[in-house]
Design a protein. Structure first.
Lengths: 323, 270
């Protein structure tokens, strides 16, 4: 296990390094120079521009700038925000927990609904339940995340008035509440955003789980289990244990999609997370925040893939080396 | 069963493109014309305006039809770009092997780790807005990573086959082997992924337009129509509902076709 972990960590570090290189390339391939605005300004002297170029090391060759960029990333110096008067890393640190909470809750919805539906469908392929399930997942799969969010706001927020539709907590009442009240407040604010993001993901997970079940239920050990008269629930348990493996791998693959969706869900529900931060920074042309957010989110994806790999290995003895 | 679904998908996709093509003839009004800013805003559906009018008194049906034209052509062109680049990279990586393969595929891994919407936000932030052409290119150039992996996997399984070895033994140049012998055998999975890719690209374009960084007003796109309707969810909910339903139906058509084509190739999933 130690050797496996070391190898996987090495591969993850390589991908993380690739992500940093990619953002560096994107920044440097973009048209215009960082000081172009100052150059057009008649009140900024040529010496001052030269001074700034030196201060930001823009006069150094590109490979030196690259090494500095990577070194600064590793040290946690992600630059200053243009508009917030604070280091980028601090703004990211404030937003990250909100996105992780949202993504975590959505992932639970995603996998609970997705695996349950996919397993039910896969146990009885071709039945009415399977066909209805497929129609539902196909439809959900085609729904834009932000639009589902708006429709849930329309139904549960406006028509029924059951749930809050924006923010992480109630801005007025939250400070006055007890500890339990505060937790409840956070909980009800989380329901609609997490449901929006989770249901869309659940459609993909269910399709995947159904396909995995179809592979398994035709095998002999399932026929044996049914032939010896096991209850259908027990048969499903046998099948699920074998069909769950590809779905665990999907956990790592689902993360980028989930975080892409988070940008939209955070925008619709005014949720102060990474996606909203990046998007608002884009509108203010606050480039260090935009690239910083993308880098951090990519690192989260790399970490998620690592976790999925380790989980697969724990769940499937065949992937371990003989001891 | 499968061929019936393929037919259904083809008919649906064909109809959608027909509607997009005929939009100028079908639309009752100019999609950008603000008909009556005083009394004609947010009108409910009626005979004159089958889907009502939008917050700027433009005819919603006309905007929906012209939106189809934009969304469908952007998605198709972007996927064409993505498939071309992805196929080229996948062929190169699979046939070259070794260091080139390693560098290309690790780069693809890194690119896939950045969630697509974040990647698009970075690119759209750094490059100034360049209109529809730029949008197509950006969507295409961020959409090929999956295709390249798929093509590479196909190439790896094909390149040890006898007919490829025979071509090599005959001394054919490697570009000829790649294009004439390997590629034709990898076409089927590429077509499936392209079909599903069009649906996916429509979803992403709608999302970008909703955020205001894709198709920009006054040009109508389903995404920015939903954004326009968002403010009137309480008083005129159909403003956001109608374009959303259009997106769902369109993406579903491509999903049905793509799924059916995949089942045709790989009968295990039936």
């Amino acid at each position: 296990m130690a050797g496996f972990l070391a190898r996987r960590l090495g591969a993850a570090a390589l991908v993380a390094f690739g992500v940093a290189t990619l953002t560096f390339l994107l920044i440097h391939l973009s048209p215009g120079s960082p000081l172009a605005g100052s150059g057009e300004n008649p009140y900024v002297s040529a010496e001052a521009i030269e001074q700034m170029r030196r201060n930001f090391a823009l006069d150094r060759p590109i490979h030196i700038q690259y090494v500095r960029y990577i070194a600064n990333l590793v040290r946690g110096d992600w630059g200053m925000s243009f508009t917030m008067h604070r280091p980028v890393i601090n703004a990211l640190r404030d937003a990250l927990p909100n996105t992780l909470l949202l993504a975590g809750a959505a992932l639970i919805v995603d996998f609970l609904f997705g695996i349950a539906l996919g397993t039910l469908q896969g146990m009885r392929p071709g039945t009415r339940l399977d066909r209805v399930g497929s129609a539902v997942t196909l439809t959900l799969y085609s729904v834009p995340t932000f639009w589902l969010g708006l429709m849930l706001v329309l139904v549960f927020g406006q028509e029924l008035g059951w749930l809050p539709v924006s923010g992480v907590v109630d801005p007025v009442l939250y400070p006055t509440r007890t500890v339990v009240g505060k937790l409840l407040d956070r909980g009800v604010h989380l329901i609609l955003p997490a449901l929006t993001l989770g249901l869309i993901g659940a459609a993909a997970t269910a399709r995947y789980q159904r396909a995995a079940m179809l592979e398994v239920v035709r095998q002999d050990f399932i026929r044996t289990a049914r032939a010896k008269g096991l209850a259908e629930g027990a048969v499903a348990r046998h099948a699920l244990r074998n069909a769950i493996l590809p779905t665990i791998t999907l956990l790592g693959l689902a993360l980028p999609t989930l975080l892409s969706g988070a940008v939209l869900v955070e925008t619709v529900f005014a949720w102060p997370g990474m996606g909203r931060l990046a998007f608002e920074a884009l509108q203010r042309r606050d480039y260090p925040v935009v690239t910083g957010a993308a880098t951090l989110v990519a690192l989260a994806v790399v970490a998620g893939n690592l976790v999925a790999d380790v989980l697969t290995r724990i769940a499937d003895p065949r992937t371990r080396e003989p001891t | 069963m499968t061929s019936a679904r393929i037919r259904l998908g083809l008919v649906a996709v064909g109809l959608l493109y027909l509607i997009a093509l005929l939009a100028p003839a079908l639309a009752p009004y100019d999609p950008a014309a603000q008909l009556d800013l005083v009394g004609g805003r947010l009108l409910p559906p009626s005979l004159g305006h089958p889907l009502g009018t939008d917050p700027l008194s433009r005819d919603l049906l006309s905007r929906l039809l012209f939106g189809a034209r934009l969304s469908l052509s952007i998605a198709a062109l972007a996927v064409a770009v993505a498939v071309t680049v992805g196929t080229a990279v996948g062929l190169a990586a699979g046939l070259a092997g070794g260091v080139i393969d390693g560098i290309l595929m690790r780069s693809v891994d890194a690119a896939l780790a950045i969630p697509r919407v974040f990647l698009l936000i970075v690119i759209l932030a750094l490059w100034e807005q360049g209109g529809i052409t730029a949008l197509v290119l950006v969507l295409g150039l961020t959409g090929w990573f999956g295709t390249s992996r798929l093509v590479r996997a196909e190439v790896l399984s094909l390149r040890r086959r006898d007919f490829v070895l025979a071509a090599q033994a005959l001394g054919l140049p490697s570009w000829r082997i790649a294009l004439r012998h390997v590629l034709p055998n990898a076409v089927a999975p590429i077509v499936v992924s392209a079909t599903l890719g069009v649906g996916n690209t429509i979803l992403i374009e709608a999302a970008l337009s909703f955020l205001g960084i894709g198709v920009r007003p006054p040009q109508p796109s389903w995404g920015n129509m939903i954004a326009d309707g968002q403010a009137f969810l309480a008083t005129a909910p159909w403003q956001a509902m109608v374009p959303g339903v259009a997106v769902v139906v369109t993406v579903m058509a491509f999903s049905v076709l793509g799924d059916a084509l995949r089942d045709r190739i790989d009968p295990r999933t039936r």
